[in-house]
Design a protein around this ligand. Structure first.
Ligand SMILES: N[C@@H](CCC(=O)N[C@@H](CS)C(=O)NCC(=O)O)C(=O)O
Length: 218
């Protein structure tokens, strides 16, 4: 049987969250590493909007939103109980992810790439991003993970963006009063899943040998 195909880009936070969910659910797929400046015609043919990640499942269904890929694979298999239990707690988690993907991501881009946004001010973008992170710090004062007792959908969906934010000015990030947020990020970055999904893969071409994901060890 053909494997699902995942078009991905190693450092893209959206692709990282998708790979994390595929990894935890042990969903085998063919990983096609994309160079964003040279997107493969095969990917654009199935998803003309041209963003990664894109998953094409065994039946040819195309899923081209990272959160949808997470939900797709976790609804098939969720061995670590990443999906929040109950409609209300799923809705709360999805709302938090939405705030990350909208306001926080916008602030992150303006903080990280000020030259691309001459009309924005990097420092006020950093402040806007920090507002979201303080909200997370408040959550972590009551519980260690967004998922409650263990890390789950919300943690892995949001963590790649917080990680990017933390690397823009690590000294500044380390000096802020969000110790629980820092511990949360440190644990997730050190987690086996994150380390595995960040392994390096060469760019895909139609002639490349198939790269299976999760990576098969020899
Ligand atoms: N809403 C999309 C956003 C994905 C996205 O914007 N990915 C970026 C890379 S991090 C991308 O592919 N950008 C297109 C480009 O840079 O050409 C998702 O959740 O999958």
């Amino acid at each position: 049987m053909d494997l699902p195909i995942l078009y991905s880009f190693r450092r893209c936070p959206y692709a990282i969250r998708a790979r994390m969910a595929l990894w935890i659910s042990a969903q085998r797929c063919e990983l096609r590493e994309v160079v964003l400046s040279r997107k493969p015609a095969e990917m654009l043919a199935v998803s003309p909007k041209g963003t990664v990640p894109v998953l094409v499942d065994e039946h040819g269904q195309v899923i081209d939103q990272s959160l949808d890929i997470m939900l797709w694979t976790l609804r098939r298999r969720d061995p670590a109980s990443w999906l929040p239990l109950g409609r209300e707690s799923l809705a709360d988690t999805l709302n938090l992810i939405e705030d990350c993907d909208a306001g926080f991501k916008q602030a992150l881009d303006r903080y990280k790439y000020p030259a691309r946004y001459p009309d924005s001010d990097a420092q006020s973008s950093r402040d806007r991003g920090a507002d979201f992170l303080r909200r997370l710090q408040d959550v972590f004062q009551g519980q260690r993970w967004i998922g409650g007792e263990h890390a789950g959908l919300g943690d892995y969906a949001i963590m790649p963006f917080v990680r990017q934010f933390s690397t823009v000015d690590p000294e500044w990030f380390a000096a802020q009063s969000w110790p629980d947020l820092r511990d949360w990020l440190r644990s997730l970055v050190a987690s086996q899943g994150f380390v595995e999904v960040m392994a390096k893969v060469g760019p895909w071409t139609p002639d490349s040998p198939v790269v299976e994901f999760p990576f098969v060890r020899v």
